[in-house]
Design a protein around this ligand. Sequence first.
Ligand code: SF4
Ligand code: SF4
Length: 158
Amino acid sequence: MKNNLELIKQVNQIYDWLDTQIENNRRVKDSCLACGKCCNFKKFGHRLFITTPELYLHNFTVKESKLMTTDTCPYNQDGKCLIYKHRFAGCRIFFCKADKTFQSILTETAIKKLKEICLHFKIPYHYMDLKTAINQPPLNIYPSDDTPLPPEHEGRYT
Ligand code: SF4
Ligand code: SF4
C-alpha cells in the first residue's frame, strides 16, 4: 500500500508539472475553448495513449470506472470531463490549435518521467491507447519492493 500511494503521488507530481508548464505558456492555454470535441477520437482524428503508471492512478482514484464502448472517451459527458482532476497526461498536453513543438517536448519529457517511475517501482512500462487500457481488467500487480525488475527494463534507462 505504501508503495502504491508513493507511485500515485509521483504520477500526480508529473501531472502538476505538466499543468505548470502549460499555465506558464498562456498562448497554449488560451488556445483551448474547452469544448471537449477532441475527446471524440474518431471524429476528431485524434488518439490518446496512456502509460502504465497513469493506469494505476486511474484505477486507484476513479471510483466509478467506465468501459469505452464508442469512439468517445467514456468520461466525456456533454463536453465536460468527469475525471478532470485525474485526467491523463495526454489530455493535459493536447491542444488542437497550439504549438506542436511545445507539445512534443512536453510529451517526451512526461514519458521519460513516467518510465523512470516504472523503473523505480519495478513495474512494466506500457504505452496503450485509451480503449485498450481502460477496457482491460484492473491491473493488480501493484509494485512491491520484492518485485523483480521486468525483463523489458533490463539494460534500459541506465
Ligand atoms: S483542444 Fe481543441 S478540441 Fe480539444 S477541448 Fe480544446 S479547443 Fe476543444
Ligand atoms: S479523460 Fe477527460 S479530457 Fe481525457 S479524453 Fe476523457 S473526457 Fe477527455
